[in-house]
Design a protein around this ligand. Structure first.
Ligand code: E4P
Length: 216
């Protein structure tokens, strides 16, 4: 499973990209606004740091506007994936842009039916928002398992990107359910490193070594 960072913060991306564990990056208008950033400038900087799919989202919500913005964003860099919200005008735009060879990440997916329609229109990636589905008191795992099964039943090649990841257990859920990608905030990725027994074990190794270090 590919691991993506869900952030527009360049320091966070640099830190984990240097470890060789980041396969791509997703941003959204909220994340870009949080950095006070210019979308094009930041997207290009991210493309320099990570050699993988980098999603940048359109702001338009009408068909013509989405197509215009999508074509423009796609020209920025070969690794840029155009993120389009799942709305009827967006689905129509996905059909147009994907038939031009532009890669689309269809975002704000909350049901298996939405994922099926986005994939049918030609999306390269669909992004079900697990955390936000759970926030509604619904079962995100069921939704994602349904999407996986539908895509497998019909050989649909569109990638499933587990989004709105809230904790490290979500990452395990994404991987065991066969998601192609899991995108996560840096805080979740940081927590994936942690285990108290690793810390305890290392402390023990180092203190035991201290006793014999002069004999080395
Ligand atoms: C995905 O591409 C979105 O940017 C993201 O995962 C949304 O997560 P949130 O629900 O934590 O804002």
């Amino acid at each position: 499973m590919k691991i993506f960072l869900d952030t527009a913060n360049l320091d966070e991306i640099k830190k984990y990209a240097e470890m060789g564990i980041v396969d791509g990056v997703t941003t959204n208008p909220t994340l870009v606004a949080k950095e006070g950033a210019n979308l094009k400038e930041y997207t290009l900087k991210i493309c320099e740091m990570v050699d993988g799919d980098i999603s940048a989202e359109v702001i338009a919500t009408d068909y013509e506007g989405i197509v215009k913005e999508g074509r423009e964003i796609a020209k920025w860099h070969k690794n840029v994936v155009v993120k389009i919200p799942f709305i009827p005008e967006g689905v129509k735009a996905i059909k147009t842009l994907s038939s031009e060879g532009i890669k689309i990440n269809c975002t704000l997916i909350f049901s298996a039916n939405q994922a099926l329609l986005a994939a049918k229109a030609g999306a390269y990636i669909v992004s079900p928002f697990a955390g936000r589905i759970d926030d509604m008191g619904q079962d995100s795992m069921q939704t994602i398992a349904e999407i996986r099964q539908i895509f497998d039943n019909y050989g649909i090649e569109c990638q499933i990107l587990f989004a709105s990841t809230r904790h490290p257990r979500h990452v395990v859920d994404a991987a065991t359910m066969g998601c192609d990608i899991c995108t996560m905030p840096a805080g979740v990725l940081e927590k994936m490193f942690k285990h108290p027994l690793t810390d305890k074990g290392l402390t023990q190794f180092l203190s035991d070594w201290e006793a014999v270090k002069d004999k080395q």
